[in-house]
Design a protein around this ligand. Structure first.
Ligand code: HEC
Ligand code: HEC
Ligand code: HEC
Ligand code: HEC
Ligand code: HEC
Ligand code: HEC
Length: 343
């Protein structure tokens, strides 16, 4: 055997011996029991206190929120898409800060000593998953933040525990219908004797949700969200007058205009799914704050959509909705809603 091969084998034998002695002396016993790992650490880690307690654990104390959330679009276990409570609120357990106690089995817990975060900046929170970006798969719903929200918080419009539901705010109180009736003469000229307008230019207001009516009347008086001929009539009304008038007109019976062209109405029906969440399945709103559309005249509805699109009429939600509607779609939707029964 040539000399250099002998030397090479010798070096290899010495290395193997050093490695063996090193392993015996320097590593713990359980090293290599499961491959290249410290076997005992499995049991150690398993005995460690969990930081994340799972969403189910929140149910006992936060029943209503849990119920809301588990019916929402953020809870879809069939497709493996679950936005867990602790994704937004942070871990409900913690471990000791002591640097030597890496495997600590103690530490604070929510609600004992550990207050969970109440995320106040929902733009930051929600855009982490929903901001439009090139690499993000299309199945994940995305928005262009600037055009979608302006400078509003996501929670101003979306219910954060059930984001397909929308929220609204109103300061209007229920009014007195009899007191409203007494001052309603001024309105007859344009809105008809019993709130059912005879002129398609003016909206019928009978049977609309009370809070919506009150907010609408106030919108003409107080700020510039809405303009035009209504403003002059509304100027002298007090807040209480507005609320009383709203109570009166909400109590009256509506009548459908039914002036939509039937083929346009059929096309409109196919588009109306987007509106159902806020205006009701058949155009009859079940929320006090938001208007019913069923049975309003076609021309009024069409004009309203155009005003929202051009932002002559200002409303955070409808401006976003109308921005994405073509004029033709708006006309079809108007025909569809005009033909529906209003009750
Ligand atoms: C044993 C009952 C209990 C459980 C389980 C529980 N909570 Fe709470 N939670 C409370 C109580 C009590 C409060 C109010 C105390 C406080 O404000 O610190 C609270 C408050 C909160 C708050 C509001 C904090 C604030 O500043 O307003 C959030 C958010 C919260 N819990 C989320 C969760 C989440 C997420 C879970 C599940 C991982 C959970 N909780 C599990 C009892 C519980
Ligand atoms: C997509 C994010 C998100 C998820 C998921 C989420 N929350 Fe929240 N939660 C929020 C936001 C945002 C707030 C409101 C913060 C504020 O008050 O401005 C909030 C508020 C709360 C509050 C305190 C306010 C209140 O209404 O009482 C509790 C308690 C709470 N969440 C519990 C839960 C529980 C329990 C779950 C899981 C079943 C959960 N949250 C899931 C975002 C989320
Ligand atoms: C951890 C990622 C994550 C966060 C944070 C998150 N979402 Fe989502 N969101 C999702 C996923 C995933 C879905 C889709 C579920 C599906 O397709 O079944 C979804 C669905 C939605 C939808 C329904 C879209 C549709 O199909 O119409 C809305 C609206 C929404 N989220 C709003 C919000 C808001 C508002 C917040 C902040 C309070 C938020 N999301 C925070 C992941 C997230
Ligand atoms: C001014 C009200 C408003 C605000 C603020 C708002 N949204 Fe929306 N969002 C809407 C409306 C209305 C829709 C439904 C639009 C439609 O169906 O045409 C919607 C739809 C969505 C969808 C579904 C989009 C799709 O393609 O189906 C997502 C996701 C979403 N919003 C996330 C967010 C997030 C994240 C924020 C905060 C950064 C936010 N929204 C703030 C009103 C708002
Ligand atoms: C000179 C005609 C005129 C008179 C008088 C009038 N209105 Fe109006 N009203 C209108 C017009 C036009 C609109 C539609 C404005 C728009 O597009 O924003 C309207 C809209 C409304 C709306 C909003 C309807 C909706 O569906 O959004 C309410 C509520 C309302 N009027 C209540 C009243 C009340 C109450 C009175 C009596 C105090 C009154 N109006 C008097 C012309 C009038
Ligand atoms: C996120 C909730 C939401 C969605 C989705 C929505 N709307 Fe609206 N809509 C509103 C609110 C809130 C108002 C009242 C705004 C105001 O006071 O001007 C409104 C008002 C209207 C009005 C004026 C009604 C009146 O009496 O003056 C029309 C017309 C309308 N929406 C049509 C639609 C159509 C068509 C769609 C579907 C393409 C749609 N909306 C989807 C919330 C929504």
């Amino acid at each position: 055997m040539p000399n250099h091969i002998v030397r090479l084998l010798l070096v290899m034998a010495i290395c193997a011996a050093v490695a063996y002695v090193g392993k015996q002396l320097l590593t713990v016993d359980s090293f290599y029991r499961f491959g290249h790992y410290r076997g005992n650490s499995v049991a150690e880690i398993a005995s460690d206190k969990p930081k994340y307690a799972t969403s189910k654990s929140c149910e006992t104390c936060h029943k209503e929120i849990y119920a809301e959330w588990s019916k929402s679009v953020h809870y879809n276990p069939e497709q493996g898409k679950v936005v867990k409570c602790e994704v937004c609120h942070g871990a409900s357990g913690s471990r000791d800060k002591n640097p030597n106690a890496y495997n600590s089995s103690t530490g604070k817990d929510h609600p004992k000593n550990l207050k969970l975060e109440n995320p106040s900046d929902t733009v930051k929170l929600c855009t982490a998953c929903h901001e439009q970006m090139p690499g993000r798969p299309r199945e994940q719903k995305q928005i262009v933040v600037v055009t979608h929200t302006g400078n509003q918080q996501c929670k101003d419009c979306h219910d954060f525990h059930s984001p397909r539901k929308f929220v609204g705010t109103s300061t209007s109180k229920p009014g007195n219908a009899a007191a409203g009736k007494a001052i309603s003469e001024d309105c007859v000229e344009c809105h008809g004797k019993l709130g059912v307008s005879e002129d398609i230019e003016f909206p019928s207001i009978a049977g609309q949700p009370q809070t919506y009516l009150a907010d609408a009347i106030k919108a003409y008086t107080k700020d510039l969200r809405r303009g035009n001929r209504m403003r002059k009539r509304a100027q002298d009304l007090s807040v209480t007058d507005s609320e009383n008038l709203a109570a009166y007109y909400a109590s009256l019976t509506c009548k459908s205009a039914k002036d939509g062209e039937p083929n346009a109405a059929i096309r409109g029906r196919a588009l109306a799914g987007k509106c159902a969440g806020c205006h009701g399945e058949k155009g009859i709103s079940d929320k006090l704050m938001w208007p019913s559309l069923a049975g309003l005249s076609k021309s009024y509805l069409e004009e309203a959509l155009k005003s929202y699109k051009a932002e002559r009429r200002k409303n955070g939600m409808m401006n976003i909705v109308a921005r994405n509607l073509s004029d033709a779609d708006g006309a079809d939707l108007a025909a569809y809603y005009a033909n529906l029964a209003c009750r």
